[in-house]
Design a protein around this ligand. Sequence first.
Ligand code: PMV
Length: 323
Amino acid sequence: MLKISAPGKCILLGEHAVVYGHPALAVSIDLRLQVTISKQKSNLKYHILDGKLMKPENNPHIFSAINDIWGSNSDMLNINISSEIPASSGLGSSAALSVAITTGLLTSKEEEISLEKISSIAHKLEADAQGGLASPMDTSTSTHGGCILLANEKLGKSWLYSRNFKNKSWEIHSFELHDNIKNVSLVIGHTGIQGSTSKIVRGVSDRLKSNPQLIEDINAIKALTKMGVDAVKKGDVDALGAIMNLNHTHLQNIGVSCNELDNLVGVARKSAIGAKLTGAGGGGCIIALSRNPTQTARDIELAGGRSYICKFGVEGVKIEDNY
Ligand code: PMV
């Protein structure tokens, strides 16, 4: 039996601007998804997922993974999934599944394995499941863990590799977080509202056409992300918090926040160093960088949000057991 775990992620800075070719910074979080895989001993002719017959329409990622990696004539598999990552909340739960299942199947097949290979296959699975569109942000953060910077140009020594996919290309960078940054907590506040990333991204594009001035906000997010990368590298927690606050204002200006997100950001800031929405917006989650995570989490809960106190920059995909 093989047990694999992979972490969720959140975007620290740069969402939406990344759609226009600018950098974005994401970190892994210590909410993990676990997959166990074993070969079936019975003569069943189908794969079993969580004790039931696996169906392609319900499990597109897993079916594509089995087709692409495992092949149709191999042994039937028994797969179980458990997850601490809330689904459809911008915290990378489907990417963690793609990464864990890819790692599990490659390992079971005794194929040569590298993090670049895992993240590339998992990215393709995500894109297939989302109708062809997915940036490598979530899958590379879940694979490598730590802190991932995605950009359309190589930005210094932290560059890992380029990813080319369907006429698009990205430069993927990875760096260790400074201890000062690791020593604060990230408190996630979930509004309980599920937003549609593609709808919100289209909304930004429409607003940019009708109000070209908004490009100033996209450019400001780009500049803030670059400053944020320096703050993360130097371990300047207070600068990072202030940059997050400013990033949120520009996300409000481009119309992707909502009352529930603004409310949670407001209450979190009473005890946090900085707070902003994370991911696409329109619902989903906020993140707050806090030295007093219990208080920040309590304030989020009192305001009607669900809170998660997280460590961030944690290890990426991991083989937990193989026997
Ligand atoms: O919904 P999430 O957390 O995966 O974030 C989407 C991030 C955007 O920048 C809004 C879209 C994108 O493709 O990068």
